[in-house]
Design a protein around this ligand. Structure first.
Ligand SMILES: Cc1ncc(COP(=O)(O)O)c(C=O)c1O
Length: 323
């Protein structure tokens, strides 16, 4: 079971599935995707409360991270990000031949705002909620970063799980604010590869100028529109939060956890490697970090396996103490 990539575990509604089937049969796959991209922008802009002209659609938000690094960083201009944060910031910095200015997080995974401001580079990436801990960033901290005039990319891949905490409103005040969103998480469409960049029209034009013209599949965009129209998100959130509570309760005896606003829980645990291996042997893939692990929300069956693994792990710890 896949609890290592923060994918949605709940199924799409029968109505959603039926609509997808009809689209597969009727969609004009012989045509280059043009109008459908405008349509997906229209749908997403309504959901996000922004103008369609403020959007760039990407082949997943990953691709948009790549465009941002290519446009606003390079050999003379590093990419700045906290450590740890989403790994793809460094991947795309490398691809843009830009140095990567890593700024360690402070205790409790807090942003080191002064450190980020002092680091060389013109573009700062941060995830909100933060991956891997799931905590929300403080708006005051992000404002301080924006006040520097550098581009600040607020990666809201998981914000659908806490939508009222979105920082999309900052776009009205800061032309250097850039928001990233995706349909890969709460909307459960990771395989379709649909991400959105939301920013000022100027940033949109600059990113569009280096974007491949037909970067997103028309069929994916059409399915995205259909799924966004489905009223299933409330149920998804309910089931995700129930699983998140279960994970938090189960793993608490192992180490320090963080109050996650996303669809995963992060735990600092010395024996994280052993525990990750134990889970893998039981059929559960979770994500290993240095002295920590992260578990994505999952089905009741997955939670039962996790419970067994934690019990075994605790017994193992007791055994070690008694040796
Ligand atoms: C913080 C963060 N940003 C972006 C992404 C990439 O999402 P996408 O599937 O849209 O490329 C992920 C995926 O795990 C993520 O954790």
């Amino acid at each position: 079971m896949r609890l290592h990539q923060n994918e949605r575990f709940t199924a799409h509604s029968p109505v959603g599935i039926e609509t997808i089937k009809q689209l597969v049969e009727t969609f004009p796959i012989n045509e280059y995707p043009v109008e459908v991209i405008d349509q997906v922008k229209a749908s997403y802009s309504t959901y996000a409360g922004v103008r369609p002209t403020q959007l760039v659609v990407g082949n997943g938000s990953d691709e948009l991270i790549g465009y941002l690094c290519a446009r606003y960083a390079g050999p003379e201009s590093p990419v700045i990000a906290s450590q740890p944060d989403f790994v793809m910031y460094q991947f795309y910095a490398d691809r843009a031949r830009a140095d990567f200015s890593k700024v360690p997080l402070l205790d409790g995974m807090a942003l080191d705002v002064d450190g980020l401001l002092a680091a060389p580079g013109n573009i700062i990436f941060l995830s909100h909620p933060h991956n891997p801990s799931g905590i929300l960033r403080k708006e005051a901290d992000v404002r301080r970063l924006l006040d520097s005039g550098k581009y600040v990319v607020i990666d809201e891949a998981y914000i659908d799980f806490a939508l009222e905490q979105s920082m999309v409103g900052l776009l009205d005040e800061y032309p250097n604010a850039i928001i990233l969103r995706t349909l890969s998480k709460a909307f459960g469409l990771a395989s379709l590869r649909l991400g959105f960049l939301i920013a000022s029209e100027q940033v949109v034009a600059e990113v569009e100028s280096i974007k491949s013209p037909y970067n997103v599949s028309g069929l994916s965009a059409a399915v995205g529109i259909a799924i966004m129209a489905e009223p299933e998100l409330d149920l998804v959130l309910e089931e995700t939060f129930a699983s998140r509570d279960t994970i938090a309760r189960l793993v608490k005896p192992l180490g320090r956890t963080y109050p996650s606003a996303a669809n995963f829980v992060y735990v600092e645990y010395e024996e994280a490697e052993r525990f990750t291996e134990r889970c893998a042997n039981a059929g559960l893939r979770i994500r290993l970090f240095d002295g920590a692990f992260r578990v994505s929300c999952g089905s009741t069956e997955a939670m039962e396996i996790l419970e067994k693994c934690v019990e075994e792990e605790l017994q193992c710890v007791v055994g070690q103490v008694n040796e």
